[in-house]
Design a binder for this molecule. Sequence first.
Ligand SMILES: [Zn+2]
Length: 334
Amino acid sequence: MLNADLPWLQAPLAEALARARSHALLVQGPAGVGQLELAVKLAQSWLCEATAPGEPACNHCASCKLFASGTHPDFQLLLPEALDAPMRESLGLPFEEIEVKAGKAKPSREIKVEAVRGLLSFAQATSARGRAKVVVIFPAEALNGVAANALLKTLEEPSGVLRFVLASFDPASLLPTIRSRCQPLPLPLPERDAALAWLASKGVEGAEGLLAATGGRPQQALDWARGGLSDAAWQALPKRVARGEVQALSELAPPRAIDALQRLCHDLVRRSHGQRGQFFAPASLPTPKRAGPLLAWEAELRRASRHADHPLNASLWIESLVAQAQAAIVAAVR
Ligand SMILES: [Zn+2]
């Protein structure tokens, strides 16, 4: 069953269907708010055979059924290898797990030119069901340079009923020639109440705290909750780090650990200026008296984050990050 109906996407979907003029759209905005789901619902709606153009998909017609089973002949979903199985799974589409063999390269995080070339025959063929042909590319910044250039020509000369939806968290990083061929479609953060209701429907406890922790991104909050992070553990993190407790972070993967420290540092800098934190509850944060040590720490975290994907020794790396954090916080509250 297709799993792309996020409640806060109804209004953006209706607006996109009504306003889409270009044959190529670029959904853009923060991660964790349903960009891929919106792109997929747009595709399904354009292909739906029971509704008038400009209306959302009916979910029942033959086309919608093919779409939900992942076998619609007029739809192509282009994802980086590393995201292919998890994204299709989360959409409720069939997927094939990639076997990672020892000594073999990891699945790529890029969309490579071979994948784009694979699209070309789809782009040139006539539509199998006659309604439209749709390609969804997610995330567009995963297209490497060669792949982006290979895509340009097709994006430039759309053949009849072919439409594209690209989705991007970082549109500034796309080739300007790609951006300029697409009609932008901003997807902002959802309303807090809608996000909280959705998280509650997924059984997330402490949803308010986790939604704030993710900066208002419900899919990310759900991800964190399913990854075992509770609101209580999140709120305890600042004081545990301030005491130098390595265990506060050692259970997190390195990129997540550094992300948590960056959120903490950000909130402490705000507190030092007399503002509220964004990611942690007020009672969870120490009260810094000066920003200097925190700003120096912020710069160190930025440097460290460049190596977060491959630290040489993850546990040593976390230890040094916690020591650094503790020193900065102690100096700032003194
Ligand atoms: Zn339909």
